[in-house]
Design a protein around this ligand. Structure first.
Ligand code: NAD
Length: 380
């Protein structure tokens, strides 16, 4: 029997004190599908070495810069060099690193928002097309079993418990930017409120894109039109910390999207409610193992992870039996596991995995809300 070796992963970003790099590492390694072999983990090479030592990366493969990493890794023998580059830096670097990595023959996993402008997003899409390499955009919530169950139930249309879709209410509420945290030098707040590093959409890019992607993923439809408004509540802040939009879908269903980082006391309140001709659905990120089903004839019912009554898609997205909570890390791990399977198959990305098209749409969403807001909230 042939031994299946883990795919070799290299990371850009994720240095000491960083948020999402460690999440990507845990998720990628969770199912034994990847091994982390190299990194340009920080803009500071001492910090890169420090993190590499913690993570078991050989000092010689903890690089001074991402350019050096791509160059040196590409020059290694095929059986040793990194195969996949994971990009977990502030947003302004995503496009440059991704394009260089794809052009050098690496697959790419990149966090959201994909980049800071439509022009960059188009250049990234062209790089994916010419490279024939695979590109994963880590909209991690699409990996949650009950989000996948919701998508399956909506797709059943009149045959399912929701019927024909009418309304979608999606919101992502946080409170951590309610005050001028950036002036204290807090790292994550500092770059997220600087348009040059973050892009033009503050809350829109950071969490609004998750809400937008979640709504399109569960409905299986594109948001075709929106009317948006955004503002900054914290004085002097150069990007929005709050935004909302009326949204319309391809089928004529409509709804509302809200994202805010000034909802004092809210932690990571991503949630979605959908209603059709027969019933409704509700999923809350802070209780990810539950999916509530609403109907006219009985009280709300809860479907839960790990049970045999779920769709095959939701069941295959779990790891442990019912009653054993799974969450944020596992949803990320599902994306990495399925990305690995797609790479090994030598084929295309499966339709359900967020990829370059979802990234382009996310950037367009940010720009459409900004354009609508600046034009006095008109439909775009
Ligand atoms: N999917 C999610 O749930 C989720 C959650 C948080 C963040 N994110 C995204 O992940 C990305 C990183 O966010 P974060 O909160 O981890 O940021 P962070 O500030 O905590 O970490 C960024 C890291 O990038 C490193 N870095 C900066 N410039 C670099 C360079 N030139 N070369 C190498 N490394 C460099 C920094 O040193 C740091 O280690 C952002 O795009 C963000 O939007 C996604």
């Amino acid at each position: 029997m042939k031994t299946i070796l883990p795919l070799r992963l290299a990371m850009v970003g994720g240095g000491p004190g960083a948020f999402i790099g460690a999440v990507h590492r845990t998720a990628a390694l969770m199912d034994g599908e990847f091994t982390l072999v190299a990194g340009a983990l920080s803009s500071d090479s001492d910090k890169c070495q420090e993190r590499a030592a913690e993570w078991g990366i050989a000092p010689a493969r903890a690089y001074e810069s991402w350019r050096q990493m791509l160059e040196r890794e590409a020059a290694l023998p095929p059986e040793t060099r990194a195969e996949v580059i994971s990009i977990v830096t502030p947003n302004h670097l995503h496009h440059e690193v991704a394009i260089a990595a794809l052009d050098a023959g690496f697959h790419v996993a990149c966090d959201k928002p994909m980049t800071t402008s439509s022009a960059n997003a188009t250049a990234m899409a062209e790089a994916v097309a010419r490279s024939a390499k695979l590109f994963l955009l880590t909209h991690n919530y699409t990996g949650a079993p009950m989000v996948r169950e919701a998508r399956e139930l909506v797709a059943r249309g009149e045959e399912g418990p929701i019927g024909t879709l009418r309304k979608v209410y999606v919101e992502y509420l946080q409170g951590w930017l309610s005050e001028d945290l950036e002036s204290s030098g807090q790292k994550q707040a500092s770059w997220r409120t600087n348009p040059a590093l973050n892009g033009p959409g503050g809350s829109l890019g950071d969490i609004g894109t998750h809400a937008h992607n979640l709504a399109e993923f569960i409905t299986g439809q594109k948001i075709t039109r929106l009317l948006g408004a955004r503002r900054s509540f914290v004085e002097g802040r150069a990007v929005d910390d709050d935004a909302m939009a009326l949204i319309e879908f391809e089928s004529g269903a409509d709804g509302m999207l809200r994202c805010s980082q000034v909802c004092v006391g809210r932690e990571n309140g991503l949630s979605i409610q959908l209603f059709g001709t027969k019933g409704g659905l509700e999923w809350r990120q802070e209780h990810p193992n539950d999916l509530t089903i609403y109907s006219a004839n009985e009280g709300p019912l809860t479907r839960r992870t790990g049970n045999g009554y779920l769709s095959a898609f939701a069941q295959s997205s779990g790891r442990v039996p019912a009653g054993h909570p799974e969450g944020y890390l596992e949803s990320f791990a599902n994306l990495y596991r399925e990305f690995a399977a797609a790479i090994r198959s030598g084929g295309a990305m499966p339709e359900h995995l967020p990829s370059i098209a979802a990234g382009v749409r996310g950037v367009q969403f940010i720009e459409r809300v900004i354009a609508s807001s600046e034009a006095g909230s008109t439909w775009r």
